[in-house]
Design a protein around this ligand. Structure first.
Ligand code: MN
Length: 388
């Protein structure tokens, strides 16, 4: 069995100017990194991690697992050293998902919420587990997978490369079969495109991985393109000779995608129905009774609204903005019907979520509702610690 073709594509998406994703597509080594941190720091982190993998790929020692692990540890050290020495990129970090093909096995090493998938026998299987807040909430049963998909905090990672001197890496291997297709990607693909669409696009372009990579980028942009999108493919085939062909797309040259023709989400809100109107009315004052009931229903409705509003106004929770800054939100951490939010940002901290330890992130982002002053006080504690 041989490593067959490979291809990669990356694109900033439709909402971001910078592309903070980086990738490696140098058979037999492949990787995707998604940088975290404000003001270009994310770009530095992901590129530094990718460069470390490329530089050290040739160094041998150990089996596939040890090599993948030591590549990632080395990348972690480089990013960590850089961010502790250079204030401009302090707090930066990156996800990393690495695949190394060796003797019929694909060794995967993984930190963060980028993903590795295997397409085998017409099925798409997610190989990696996301190290993200929402994935943890789903695993502990606090959130359904459907809720996780539209969750406002879905980009908060609980494990990242470069934020601590040591990093806990998931490593495992897959015994490859001829015809296997592996996909590494950043969350800019998977938050915008569902599994069945990914599989459809792959089926449609299975003979041309470059076209498949482009098609997935296009699909993510059609789905909103809210984040940078990176896709790396490689396949395994039977036979003697490796027919490698790596195609790299220049970033940001996709034509403007057709406009979303999504309906306004408000169109989907069910009308409120007031039950309780008598059907047969053998009453003496049917009209008066009707008016009374309607008034009562309206009053109850107003009361419910007022109570809902009061809950929203009182509740605060801690989360992170999409650029990685920790923030305090007023409301409750859910989206109802798509884009209608039940929360708003009331405070953005200079603190980056990547500057917190894994335990601190877990504790701070647990989504328990609290008063504004207690949320601010808790954040201030961390801000002072980091500021020191
Ligand atoms: Mn991303």
């Amino acid at each position: 069995m041989k490593l067959g073709k490979s291809a990669a594509a990356t694109d900033p998406g439709r909402r971001r100017r910078l592309n903070e994703d980086a990738y490696v597509c140098e058979p037999p080594l492949f990787a995707v990194a998604d940088g975290i941190g404000g003001a270009q720091a994310g770009e530095v982190a992901s590129e530094l991690a990718a460069a470390t993998l490329r530089d050290d790929a040739g160094s041998d020692g150990g089996d596939g697992r040890q090599r993948v692990d030591s590549l990632i540890q080395q990348a972690n050290r480089r990013v960590y050293e850089r961010q502790t020495q250079d204030a401009a990129v302090s707090g930066m970090g990156t996800t990393i998902t690495v695949a190394l093909v060796e003797d019929g096995f694909v060794w995967i090493g993984h930190v963060g919420d980028s993903r590795a998938y295997l397409v085998r026998d017409g099925r798409l299987e997610q190989l990696t587990e996301d190290h993200s807040l929402v994935a943890e909430l789903v695993r502990s049963g606090k959130l359904s997978p459907e809720e996780a998909e539209s969750h406002p905090q879905r980009s908060v990672v609980t494990r990242a490369l470069g934020t601590d001197p040591d990093v806990d890496v998931d490593t495992f291997s897959v015994e490859a079969k001829p015809g296997d297709l592996f996909l590494l990607c950043s969350d800019g693909l998977t938050t915008m495109v569902d599994d069945s669409t990914i599989l459809e696009e792959i089926d449609r372009h299975r003979d041309d991985l470059r076209a498949a990579a482009k098609a997935l980028v296009r699909a993510a942009n059609r789905g909103g393109g809210e984040d940078n999108i990176t896709v790396v493919f490689f396949e395994l085939e039977s036979g003697e000779r490796a027919d490698e062909r790596t195609v790299t797309l220049p970033p940001a040259q996709e034509g403007p995608a057709e406009d979303d023709d999504t309906l306004d989400e408000l169109d989907r809100v069910e009308p409120i129905r007031v039950d309780g109107e008598p059907r047969r009315v053998p009453q003496r004052h049917p009209v008066r009774r009707k008016v009374l009931l309607a008034t009562l229903a309206a009053l109850l409705f107003l009361l419910a609204c007022a109570f809902g509003g009061w809950v929203l106004w009182r509740s605060h929770f801690v989360g992170a903005e999409s650029d990685g800054h920790v923030a305090v939100y007023q409301g409750i951490p859910w989206n109802v019907v798509g884009h209608v939010k039940l929360y708003r940002t009331v405070y953005v901290s200079p603190l980056l979520s990547a500057q917190l330890s894994q335990g601190e992130r877990k504790k701070l982002f647990d989504h328990s509702l609290r008063s504004k002053s207690s949320a601010r006080a808790e954040l201030r504690r961390y801000e002072e610690q980091i500021g020191r």
